[in-house]
Design a protein around this ligand. Sequence first.
Ligand code: NAD
Length: 351
Amino acid sequence: MWTDLPDFDDHEMVVLCHDAETGLRAVIAVHSTLAGPAVGGTRLWDYATEADAVTDALRLSRGMTYKNVMAGLPFGGGKSVIIGDSQRDKTDALLTAFAHRIEALGGTYVAAEDVGTGPADMAVMARVTNHVAGLPERGGDPSPITAWGVYHGIKAAARAAFGSGQLTNKFIAIQGLGHVGWVLAERLSKDNARLIVTDIDREVVENAAWAFGAQPADPDEIHAVDADIFVPCALGGVINPTTVGEIKAGVVAGAANNQLATPDMGAALHARGILYAPDYVINAGGIISVTSEIEGTWDRDLAMRRAQDIGKTLTEIFRRAHAEGRPTADVADTIARERLAALKAHREAMV
Ligand code: NAD
């Protein structure tokens, strides 16, 4: 049974899209609409097989349900993937064919940018459907809001781990100085934190050394430097069986998606006494910005205030994890499932 697929996890709907004329092959996965319309990005990626594309869509879509419910947003979780190379295969005709499929779902799923797509692609799709966000002339790049949420998440984690949210003279190792990492580094340097930074782009590291007095580190060693807080802001899978034993920081709290290479890494961090800020909770600033755009109320200050509340959500997770002696990653999943169960009970009571 396809419902027995490990990543299926009770999805409400999975749509397989095909268009012979443009060569479109895409998957739209709607995990849950309990909280509201499913929102999640459109990824354009050169998957090796169609099965890989379906698996990725299912995994990412469930992740969006958890992210949105933990951020307290009136939106469910979904994700879409288009099979193709974003340099070679992305055309207006392909995006338009895909947008027609989204339109056919009547608002059950709302798309936004993701890996391989950007605001300009969303603008192409918006010519045929309103169910698309992240448009250039509206909320725009959500990264500064993401960085603001991560900053407050780091402070909450410091409070839980070290007894104070003060970051002055704390050694903070940042992996990745891109859209989120750079803005975060700027903010942390204003707090007089001692930054250790890396990126595969040497120039941006030199710029950070100059701008923030940051100490450069090797990209392969950043997770293992002597630091109080390790902040992954580049790739997924950075906490893996090789790196987990090498981390010296007492806290892992950063923007990167899917930081845990495997689910057992949450327990591995816990066993080492390292406090982990679950990635889908701490990095929700971006979706907070995108969904306020969908609600038609995009307001920078409001989005910033909502992103700041990420610190409170994390504090709740840290308290419960401490009280129950459980990994924070497990506790976040439990709270997300509890919130979904409450939404389901509420919906059933209304029928
Ligand atoms: P980005 O592409 O702008 O920046 C990533 C940076 O990491 C780049 O400067 C890149 O050179 C660097 N990098 C890549 N591989 C590296 C490596 N091996 N070692 C060190 N640096 C490396 O991306 P971003 O928008 O800043 O997002 C960063 C992370 O946060 C991603 O995982 C993204 O999925 C996640 N995230 C971003 C947002 C957002 O609003 N932008 C929201 C939620 C989650």
